[in-house]
Design a protein around this ligand. Structure first.
Ligand SMILES: Nc1ncnc2c1ncn2[C@@H]1O[C@H](COP(=O)(O)OP(=O)(O)O)[C@@H](O)[C@H]1O
Ligand SMILES: [Mg+2]
Length: 334
């Protein structure tokens, strides 16, 4: 949970944040398997936040939505658009329209056909939206926005673009978000999302290997991993093979991207997610991929409230990437 405030002159301020780890199997493939566990974690995070703000933006996982870009004639009326959107949504959704949550956004002139407008339609099972809203409400929060995690990552990317040559213009950037159980790869070209895919590799594999090797419980292994309190042979015998596996998977992800699109290279790899904090990951990825590699810090240009410790935030920043994109949304503008 992350709260951002306006600090004037287009500067945002990080007010406060709280992180509570969910046990494995709480959320499986983006589905909330144990709502009561999520509710307890939300309550704990909300309490730690100690804020008056109750309005929240949430996200669905990309796996829970179907998206499609459509072209609209420039003179389409609102009614025309609604008609076209619901006809398309009917085709997209593999279930009845009354079980669907639907939204669309006009993106602007179509890149290949500037005489027409491009719009993106997003559909999801209504239940997926409602269960998340219900969890927020159960702990006293008011869900104002339901975003999609990939789109939120793209919003957070605005805070990274200026760190790239030429503000990211004409650059192709692979955003690699390595979480506990999965790695989400999205590729952004010229600040537009051009590709995304999920890979089944995450930090839990490393935790398990630590637990097995040093005869620890999963919780002890997780703690030791984060604190770096492990025997001398950890780096060479446990960590290095994991970093190699991650690099290999990133290489595979990029090959799939090249195969699926007309792109043949990426200019930068941006590491996000909790695992981006693993010491040395960026160096290994950089040397294996021979590609400029950065660790995502979407707060680099933001002010910090006096409750936020800069050093801790720097360590947590990659894991807060999607949360940052959500907190950047504005309730009044939509
Ligand atoms: N300082 C750290 N060192 C090593 N691994 C870390 C560190 N901080 C978080 N992680 C790992 O990152 C993963 C969680 O990433 P996160 O993006 O928060 O999860 P998810 O998005 O999957 O919920 C876990 O496997 C955790 O062990
Ligand atoms: Mg994450």
């Amino acid at each position: 949970m992350l709260e951002l405030a306006d600090s004037g002159k287009d500067i945002r301020r990080v007010e406060r944040y709280a992180m509570v780890a969910l046990p494995r199997d709480t959320v499986v493939d983006g589905n909330i398997a144990k709502p009561e566990v999520v509710e307890a974690a939300l309550r704990e995070a909300w309490k730690a936040m100690a804020t008056k703000t109750r309005e929240v933006a949430l996200a669905l996982p990309a796996a829970a939505v179907i998206t499609k870009k459509i072209l609209l004639p420039p003179d389409a009326s609102e009614a025309d658009i609604e008609t076209q959107v619901s006809a398309e949504a009917n085709q997209m959704a593999p279930f009845p329209l009354d079980e669907v949550s639907l939204d669309y956004q006009i993106l602007g002139p179509a890149p290949r056909n500037p005489n027409e407008n491009e719009a993106i339609i997003v559909v999801s099972r209504r239940e997926r939206v409602e269960e998340r809203v219900a969890l927020a409400e159960a702990v006293g929060l008011r869900a104002q926005i339901m975003d999609v995690d990939t789109f939120a990552a793209l919003t957070a990317f605005e805070q990274i673009a200026f760190q790239l040559p030429d503000n990211g213009r004409n650059q192709t950037v692979a955003v690699v978000d390595i979480g506990a159980n999965a790695t989400h790869v999205c590729v952004v070209h010229d600040k537009q999302l051009v590709y995304q895919r999920e890979h089944a590799l995450g930090g839990y594999v490393l935790t398990q290997e630590i637990a097995r090797r040093y005869d620890l419980s999963t919780d002890e292994a997780e703690d030791a991993k984060r604190k770096g309190l492990l025997p001398d042979n950890y780096e060479s015998e446990v960590l290095q093979p994991f970093l190699d596996a991650v690099s290999l998977e990133i290489g595979r992800a990029l090959q799939l991207f090249f195969g699926a699109t007309s792109h043949q290279s990426v200019d930068h790899i941006l590491l996000a997610g909790g695992c981006a904090a693993i010491p040395g990951l960026d160096d290994v990825v950089h040397s294996r991929m021979q590609t400029s590699t950065l660790i995502a810090n979407p707060f680099a240009k933001m002010a910090l409230s006096n409750q936020v410790k800069a050093r801790q935030l720097a360590a947590d920043a990659p894991a807060l990437f999607v949360a940052c994109g959500l907190a950047m949304r504005r309730f009044d503008a939509s």
